[in-house]
Design a protein around this ligand. Structure first.
Ligand SMILES: *Cc1c(COP(=O)(O)O)cnc(C)c1O
Length: 431
């Protein structure tokens, strides 16, 4: 048994392998951006421009009916809600575990986010809890395909259909993931993607994409991204706002970069699937460690790898899960594995929602009279997952990360081989 790096032993992952190498920028990306510099820089122009090329490439690659490029993933969610007519007096059901943007988007439309608990294995919104939270004010459901794992779209779309409400998929973390052979984002009424640099298909800055099979909805999204105007090929811009709009356009350089990345996506994705599943197969053998899994008939695209740790399986009954987690974080980080937390609290605990820091005097909540969320209350599964899990982010996305992941697995095995030390430290941290 080798000595833990936290106590003076040699770290498993050498320093020179600890740089984040995501996104991977190659010559094709550089050339695409330079070429775009000589062309149309924004999407408000008629004809072929890098933004339209990206929209068509994305729709073709994954098989979506329509694609509308926007400035970022948060704007995509807000625009989808706006295009569907969601507004003051409405409620939108979102998961209690997600990136903050999922909870903010309804508020941007003056609608109230209503949080639902998650599933302990997929970490995605729990359909039973959606059902419990539907009211006559529910105007949309936003399931998130969190960490790259498809949400339970069969049940979610069935619930939505029964109540006649639209489903907007937050697919920011899951481009390329499939559910029963269908690409996520294209299963509900609309889907939103993010091209932010840490995502599986990045741009060189900020970007987002909306997809839908509904031509009229796509047209409403296009108006929404550009001041409410209608921009059509072969027709002069008339500068008339046909409805409320924003300026959520994408620029040409970022579109060109992503189109170049998209051309390599399948190759990257194949390498990632191999690297990550090999890594997880090794970790799955360690007692007390729950590795992420893909549900039957779905493809997980492993945007974030979340591991849960079970104190009882370490023989640590009564030890707080946070104590075991912080012990493992310390020991693994010392070995060079950058274990981190993703989301420090359930979304309903965020100050913006607890203190109702929306518009004016407590809007939109004062419109519906919804009870305030209370920090520390409810959402038991989300709380348990946040308390007993850690994540690996970005490092594994590089298609060349296979060797690095082998070292990560060595580091986990080394820490588990020192389980007596883990137990001693976790007990001390728990008291
Ligand atoms: C990144 C992300 C967003 C927001 O996308 P931005 O492009 O950063 O605005 C929304 N939802 C989820 C789940 C995300 O991970």
């Amino acid at each position: 048994m080798s000595k833990l790096a936290a106590f003076g032993g040699t770290a498993v992952v050498p320093r020179e392998m600890r740089r984040v190498e995501w996104p991977r920028v190659e010559d094709d990306d550089r050339k695409a951006v330079m070429d775009a510099l000589d062309g149309a820089l924004v999407s408000d122009t008629d004809g072929v421009n890098p933004v339209a090329v990206l929209e068509n490439s994305w729709a073709d690659h994954f098989g979506f009916g329509h694609c509308v490029a926007v400035s970022n993933g948060t704007a995509a969610l807000s625009l989808a809600l706006a295009a569907l007519g969601v507004g003051p007096g409405d409620e939108v059901i979102v998961p209690a575990l997600s990136f903050i943007a999922t909870g903010l988007a309804p508020v941007h439309q003056m609608a109230v986010p209503v949080f639902a608990d998650i599933d302990p294995v997929t970490f995605n919104i729990d359909p039973d809890d959606i059902e419990r939270r539907i009211t006559d004010k529910t105007a949309a459901i936003i399931p998130v395909h969190l960490h790259g794992a498809p949400a339970d779209m069969d049940r979610i779309t069935a619930i939505a259909a029964r109540h006649g409400i639209p489903v907007i998929e937050d697919a920011a973390q899951a481009p390329g993931a499939t559910h029963r052979g269908r690409p996520v984002g294209g299963i509900g009424t609309a889907g939103a993607f993010s091209l932010q640099v840490s995502k599986n298909i990045p741009t060189c800055g900020e970007g987002g994409l909306l997809v839908t099979g509904d031509a009229e909805l796509a047209a409403a999204m296009r108006r929404g991204r550009q001041f409410g105007e209608v921009i059509e090929s072969g027709r002069d811009r008339d500068y008339i706002s046909y409805g409320l709009g924003w300026n959520h356009k994408m620029n040409g350089l970022q579109a060109a970069f992503t189109t170049a990345q998209l051309a390599r996506f399948d190759e990257y994705e194949r390498a990632r699937q191999h690297n990550v599943t090999t890594f997880l197969a090794r970790l799955a053998k360690l007692p007390g460690l729950q590795v992420p899994t893909a549900l039957p008939d779905t493809t997980h695209v492993w945007h974030i790898l979340r591991f849960r740790f079970d104190p009882a399986a370490f023989g640590l009954d009564g030890v707080r899960p946070e104590a075991l987690r912080s012990t493992l974080r310390r020991l693994l980080r010392a070995e060079g594995v950058p274990m981190s937390q993703y989301q420090l609290m359930p979304l309903p605990d965020q100050k913006v929602f607890v203190d109702r820091l929306g518009f004016g005097s407590g809007y939109p909540w004062s419109v519906t009279g919804a009870p305030a969320t209370v920090a520390g209350e409810g959402y038991p599964v989300t709380r348990a997952v946040i308390a007993d899990s850690l994540t690996i982010q970005k490092r594994h996305l590089n298609p060349g990360a296979g060797e690095l992941l082998d070292l990560y697995a060595d580091a986990f095995e080394k820490v588990w081989a020192n389980s007596d030390m883990v137990a001693t430290l976790a007990k001390a941290a728990s008291s």
